[in-house]
Design a protein. Structure first.
Length: 108
């Protein structure tokens, strides 16, 4: 049974640009320590944003499972995918947050 938070919420969805880790794992740790009091109160789902995912070229570490050069959805403009993640390619997000398997995990 899910208890409601004081503001009446019973679910938290954080859609991308989570912690701006920019390739530094200690930043991820600091951010997760900050959100821990909130995400332990209710179900928490995340989706990747450009600052967790983007890579300018390659993508050999890309865990999205998307064919070709990674997860680049049709709705993203041509200039939206660059190098905002500083080479993370979604790996820290994918390894830290386990989402339902009935889709494309954190790569919706």
């Amino acid at each position: 049974m899910v208890k409601e938070a004081k503001n009446g919420s019973s679910f938290l969805f954080h859609n991308g640009d989570l912690g701006y880790g920019l390739g530094y794992l200690h930043v991820w740790e600091q951010w997760q320590n900050l959100i821990e009091p909130f995400v332990t109160l209710m179900p928490h789902m995340v989706g990747v944003g450009n600052h967790e995912y983007d890579h300018a070229f390659g993508g050999k570490n890309d865990p999205s499972g998307a064919p070709g050069n990674g997860f680049h959805p049709w709705w993203a403009g041509p200039n939206e995918y660059g190098n905002d993640s500083y080479g993370e390619c979604g790996v820290p997000t994918n390894m830290r947050f386990h989402m339902p398997d009935n889709g494309n995990s954190v790569f919706w």
